[in-house]
Design a binder for this molecule. Structure first.
Ligand code: ZN
Length: 115
């Protein structure tokens, strides 16, 4: 069936929109369910230069609003909430993250199930 959108484009849209919503949910959960104040940008080892720069700038921990602002400053027009560009896999996580002690919703990545 044809819908006028190439398959890869559709996949990018679905992945990006779902990751955006997951980040919004994560933000609400952090704000309402925890007292965490400092966050870092958690990137994959093969993340792009822009995301690595954001991670570098937030490495000592910043507040969620600050993190969004830094993403906006670094990524410009492609930034959307905590995503710096379409297909972005980076997420805001608590500073001093100890992966094994994080709750499921903290480390959940939509891009791990929607490849
Ligand atoms: Zn990136």
């Amino acid at each position: 069936m044809k819908f006028g959108v190439p398959y890869n484009r559709a996949k990018t849209i679905a992945r990006t929109e779902l990751a955006h919503v997951a980040n919004l949910a994560r933000e609400v959960a952090y704000r309402t369910q925890t007292n965490v104040e400092k966050f870092v940008y958690w990137t994959e080892p093969d993340a792009c230069e822009v995301c690595k720069r954001i991670a570098q700038k937030t490495r000592y921990g910043v507040r969620l609003d600050e993190l969004k602002w830094i993403i906006k400053m670094e990524a410009g027009g492609t930034a959307r909430g905590f995503l710096s560009h379409p297909n972005c896999r980076c997420i805001p996580v608590r500073k001093n993250k100890v992966k094994r002690s994080m709750r499921d919703w903290e480390s959940f990545k939509i891009t791990r199930i929607l490849r």
